[in-house]
Design a protein around this ligand. Structure first.
Ligand code: AMP
Length: 406
């Protein structure tokens, strides 16, 4: 099937051609005709499957085909996309820019972590498509800067992650502001019961679309496992990162503190690395991503939430510095390499404390991850500086302030 056969209008076909896409991905083949028909869609797909174009292309086409009908001169926001993280929201907005280059629509990102003034200026200029994270969107609705009463199409992206991050009340509040008569597109990598319940309350007679990128990652990525003590993990990582076939590596740590610590230790080993996690400012995150994309830093160390949705096409290696608590996260992580036909390599480090988590992962993927002899074999040593770190002083301030007031 070609993009022509999906009956997309010329400006979109031109944009797709310029983006270098030859054929639609499975999620695009399935979703684009449904969205063009005006159907609600329940899409089970993860980032990396071409999901963004699957909704952005037909949304742009539908907005082209109908009149905005704005009142009082100012054009209304017609499509709203909600995403769980700032990075994902920014990438979605950039995709709308790319695919909509030949169309007159404006889009804008509303997300936390940056000052709201610039975002408000953009809103005042008038936008057709709004891409937002839930918290900041509710803030700006509350301050009266955003009206969602004329939304025609609503997209909830990565709904499972959104619920994991505790956004359910924010989503309910947003739903309260958008019209009941609308087209809704709901995407989630997994469909646990709470996510399915949410889907059923907001979708109207949806068509279900499922693409299984999850297992294909397990099949296409070369996986390996190193048993190693916690104290030796960074030494092992540094040794592996120096191997010549490692061009760009994403290292996953379970905690933000862990991510910073690994970066510090790698820098000490003269390996340029950057950390990306929720405690970093938006500018610091963008700078880290930029230096990784340009090759200044060949290693990006990230927590799962920060890494989710990052579109990094050329990733040679994924390292699981820690075994994730949720076994499905393992599949998401290793799926970050080996994209778009590239072969990927994923190495996991397991210390004694993590054996249970490792077993859960192996049960989920239905196979044992092949073990590689570690240059730092496990001696069952679990000492970690992480658990001994001092508490940050600022945590104590509110208590002191309260005492002074008395
Ligand atoms: P997404 O799942 O939307 O994050 O997309 C993952 C990556 O696939 C992005 O880099 C897109 O630019 C790319 N992509 C999307 N659709 C296609 C396609 N039909 N052919 C090739 N690459 C694509």
């Amino acid at each position: 099937m070609t993009f022509n056969e999906l009956h997309l209008i010329d400006p979109l076909l031109e944009a797709v051609r310029k983006a270098g896409y030859e054929t639609p991905t499975p999620i695009q083949k399935a979703t684009i005709p449904l969205v063009l028909e005006g159907r609600d869609v329940l899409g089970c797909a993860q980032t990396g499957t071409g999901k963004t174009a699957a909704f952005a292309l037909p949304i742009l086409q539908r907005l082209t085909g109908t009149d905005a009908g704005g009142r009082g001169g100012k054009k209304p926001i017609r499509a709203l996309v909600i995403a769980p993280t700032r990075e994902l929201a920014i990438q979605i907005s950039e995709s709308f820019d790319t695919y909509g280059a030949g169309l007159p629509f404006k889009n804008c990102v509303i997300c936390g972590g940056v000052r709201q003034n610039r975002q408000i200026e953009r809103l005042k200029e008038g936008v057709d498509i709004l891409v937002a994270t839930p918290g900041r969107l509710n803030d700006l609705i509350g301050q009266g800067f955003i009206r969602l009463g004329q939304i025609e199409i609503f997209v909830l992206d990565e709904a499972d992650r959104m619920l994991d991050m505790g956004f359910i009340n924010d989503i309910r509040r947003i739903l309260h502001y958008i019209p009941k008569t609308r087209q809704t597109l709901f995407f989630s990598a997994t469909l646990p019961p709470d996510v399915e319940r949410l889907a059923m309350t907001i979708l109207n007679n949806p068509a279900a679309v499922k693409v299984d990128a999850v297992n294909s990652a397990v099949d296409t990525v070369t996986q390996s496992l190193y048993y190693v003590d916690k104290v030796n993990k960074t030494k092992l990582l540094a040794k592996l990162l120096r191997e010549p076939d490692v061009h760009s590596a994403l290292v996953f740590t379970r905690t933000k503190y862990g991510a910073d610590k690994v970066v510090r230790e790698l820098m000490r080993e003269n390996i340029p690395a950057k950390a990306i996690h929720g405690d970093k400012s938006q500018n610091a995150r963008q700078a880290a991503l930029h230096s990784f994309m340009t090759g200044d830093a060949k290693v990006l160390v990230a927590t799962d939430i920060a890494a989710r949705g990052l579109d990094i096409a050329e990733l040679s290696h994924v390292f699981n510095y820690d075994i994730p608590e949720d076994p499905e996260t393992y599949i998401h992580r290793i799926g970050r390499t080996g994209r778009a036909g590239h072969t990927g390599v994923a190495a996991s480090f397991c210390c004694y404390d993590e054996l249970e988590r490792l077993f859960a992962v192996e049960k989920l993927i239905g196979t044992k991850i092949p073990t590689v002899d570690s240059p730092y074999p496990m001696q069952v040593c679990t000492y970690s500086t992480e658990e001994r770190r001092p508490k940050p002083a600022r945590r104590q301030q509110p208590y002191r302030r309260r005492r002074n007031r008395r």
